[in-house]
Design a protein around this ligand. Sequence first.
Ligand code: ATP
Ligand code: MG
Length: 558
Amino acid sequence: MENNEKEVVSRNFIEQEIDKDLAEGVYDTVHTRFPPEPNGYLHIGHAKSILLNYGLAEKYHGKFNMRFDDTNPTKEKTEFVESIKEDIEWLGADWEDRLFFASDYFEQMYEAAVKLIKKGKAYVSDLNADEIREYRGTLTEPGKKDPYSDRSIEENLELFENMKNGSYKDGEKVLRARIDMTSPNINMRDPIIYRVAHMNHHNTGDAWCIYPMYDFAHPIEDAIEGITHSICTLEFEDHRPLYDWVVRELEYQRPPRQIEFAKLYLTNVVTGKRYIKKLVEDEIVDGWDDPRLVSIAALRRRGFTPESIRMFVELCGVSKSNSSVDYAMLEYCVREDLKLKKPRMMAVLDPIKLVIDNYPEGQVEMLGASNNMENPELGTHQVPFSRELYIEREDFMEEPPKKYFRLFPGNEVRLMHAYFVTCTDFEKDEDGNITVVHCTYDPATKAGSGFSERKVKGTIHWVPVKEAVKAEVRLYENLVDEEKGVYNKEDGSLNLNPNSLTVLKECYLEPAVSGAEAYDSFQFVRNGFFCVDYKDSKPEALVFNRIVSLKSSFKLPK
Ligand code: ATP
Ligand code: MG
């Protein structure tokens, strides 16, 4: 970014709030956290939250914690813990030595609940789930007093201890905060803060048969860790009074403060865990990191870079109102990031043979090719040139339309980095498909020779047949059918795009690409940016994912 541009970038509303807190001495430092529930893979929306929280800690020279919010034993899996850590590390958010698990605080949470009971601020109720819902009232009607809410402190302490000791079945008793059954905010109508659940927990095993509810646990986790700004998404706005109630009643010295921002949505892109899980189970996609998905693992596999995701998140900004961003903007960011960093190679994705009839048989010339026209620092490499080449099928036409400047009988074009060639003839198979194109070359026109007697309008890329590296290339389109909309109106299923994956089994690359390893990426002339697939690629059989094509109509909003 240019200096003058930097100056006009204003602080987002969260930064303004933090500035105010620091100025007023509410806090003297900034401490943020990212608190995922380990129940699935992280996606691009989470990346926004991670980078926002980490970015704030960096900007204010504060700290950033990584915390697994694993208070709900039903859905959590160790597999997800590992994938989440890997994704956050890859994004570059550094939690240093502050990796925490909410479940490590179960004892403190229990003590906190006891404290509330002792203050007369919590009670054990025997109402079942349906009854609690009934008593809670609605948006227009106040709730009704829980018939068990008048139990004495002693009785509540005893019952709560019995809950902990396993005296009750699941759902038989709950601990409720005593707040206000008539509050206009339903979250404040004596919310449940502990429930009985005889379930094995991935971290604490069978140590507990009661588990704290999210709205109770989360502020305690934040307070224990000394978080100052607990940043979450808008759906928790109505829960903030409860958050504040919990930290106030538990008398934390310098309680954390919750600030909400709008979730990041991508137009026509599926992010819901439920849908992705089904796509994985139905084998419509190749796991949670299928390159058509926008999980962080999928973006990494496809060849997106942490820098491109950071740029994207910054462009999206931080806002208080929900909106949806085009996938094209994400593509714009990765293109911007890769264009000066990656070497440009010739690759033919849909090959036909080009034979230069007047080029000596068996001769091979090594030609120099710039690795990146816009960034000379990337240097050059050599391409072998000889009599038989592959070119793209679409670069030859028997009967060209107007303004077609590539190969057709009688026309002369430039072979990139090489010579001018003139098309003389072609061969077809029984079905009428072109199999070989013939041409002659003019030795005087060698690239770099200063030849200027005539110009040609078309330049095409090529790969030498003998030295070419054969590879598989996978091209992607949106997983869902944008015309029909993401969700089927009748049954809520996804409207899938049948063309979301195209596998090209016989592509040819210049030999300089051989030896490419997982996650290496390149620009392939005219065809886009491509990345070696970490799962399926082998040194002797390379597999590439197209990250993004080269051109788009996307324009940065002013
Ligand atoms: P679930 O759908 O299971 O509730 P979740 O996406 O809320 O999942 P969490 O693990 O609870 O997953 O999220 C961790 C953090 O990421 C939360 O602070 C949440 O607000 C934030 N987050 C989740 N989705 C988005 C999104 N689309 N944009 C920005 N932040 C998000
Ligand atoms: Mg959640």
